[in-house]
Design a protein around this ligand. Structure first.
Ligand code: 6PG
Length: 287
């Protein structure tokens, strides 16, 4: 059963996750020399990126005195994060230039990456401005190269022996240390939309997809890669997701139609605000 953490507000949720991430990364780096993190996109993680970047650029302590104090308390923890040992990837990206407001990398760069000291080689962005099909191949190779060169032998689906990609699974599935995910109101996650559940059987590391409404092209990690991660964290807020989230977590109703419900395993955790968790049985706020 997935671990579920519920917080009073979106800001409380991201402060809690920022604290969790700082402590988790410290523990992880006692066991290995670098960490691989695939970031989620959309609007939810923006608050988190602002905290990682040293606080909202236009924050005024009068706005959130208690939160500001807690964030300041958090500041020491965040300043201790060794970003030079953390490699950042994207779980999905919109096929737009980095300066487009739609760019997941663009949002992270503006609110966070441009404000911290992180080696450019640690930032493995998807080049949204490139030809999507060519970029999916390039990004897949960049991921594979990282896992080969970092000493993290990619996991294979049968515990060690290498496999041919023809066995319907990648020859070697990269095992990210952490993958962050959001969820859309239609139950999509990363850019795996309900129409593309086949991406949970894909033998590729990433794939080009189209948003079912806007037709925007995107590049997304595939379902096997996401499920292979050592730790998977959903960050979900908002009442408009409460009913789908209930079905996803409780495996009820139409859950099979929702890609988020196909992200499974003991490594899955949910960080939620009260609004998103409103339909969950007996969920109390975490402190
Ligand atoms: C993206 C995401 C996507 C997102 C959900 C939730 O690129 O849009 O990766 O999966 O996490 O759509 O988006 P919000 O955080 O904006 O609700």
């Amino acid at each position: 059963m997935a671990k579920i953490h519920v917080f009073d507000s979106p800001q409380e949720m991201v402060i809690a996750f920022a604290r969790d991430f700082a402590l988790w990364s410290r523990r992880k780096l006692q066991q290995q020399s670098s960490i691989s993190v695939a970031l989620s996109g959309g609007s939810t993680p923006k608050r988190l990126f602002e905290i990682w970047g040293g606080g909202p650029p236009d924050a005024h302590s009068s706005d959130f005195p208690q939160m500001q104090a807690r964030q300041n308390d958090l500041a020491d923890l965040i300043e201790s994060i060794p970003w030079n040992k953390i490699h950042l990837f994207w779980g999905d990206e919109r096929c737009v230039p980095a300066d487009d407001p739609e760019s997941n990398y663009g949002v992270a760069h503006k609110t966070w990456l441009s404000r911290i000291d992180i080696p450019p080689a640690n930032v493995h962005r998807v080049r949204g401005e490139a030809n999507p099909v060519e970029e999916a191949i390039r990004y897949e190779n960049e991921i594979a190269l990282y896992f080969e060169s970092s000493g993290h032998q990619p996991a294979t689906s049968n515990g060690g022996a290498s496999r041919m990609a023809t066995d319907n699974l990648p020859a070697a599935i990269p095992k990210f240390d952490l993958i962050m995910l959001g969820m859309g109101v239609d139950g999509h996650t990363a850019s795996i939309f309900p129409e593309r559940l086949d991406l949970f059987q894909s033998s590729a590391i990433c794939s080009v997809v189209r948003h079912p409404v806007s037709n925007q092209q995107r590049i997304t990690l595939t379902g096997n890669v996401i499920n292979q991660a050592s730790r998977i964290i959903f960050l979900i807020t908002g009442a408009d997701k409460a009913e789908v989230l209930r079905q996803v977590i409780e495996h009820s109703g139409n859950f099979q139609e929702y890609p988020a419900a196909h992200i499974r395993g003991p490594q899955v955790e949910f960080f939620l605000d009260q609004s998103a968790a409103a339909r969950l049985e007996g969920r109390k706020s975490s402190r």
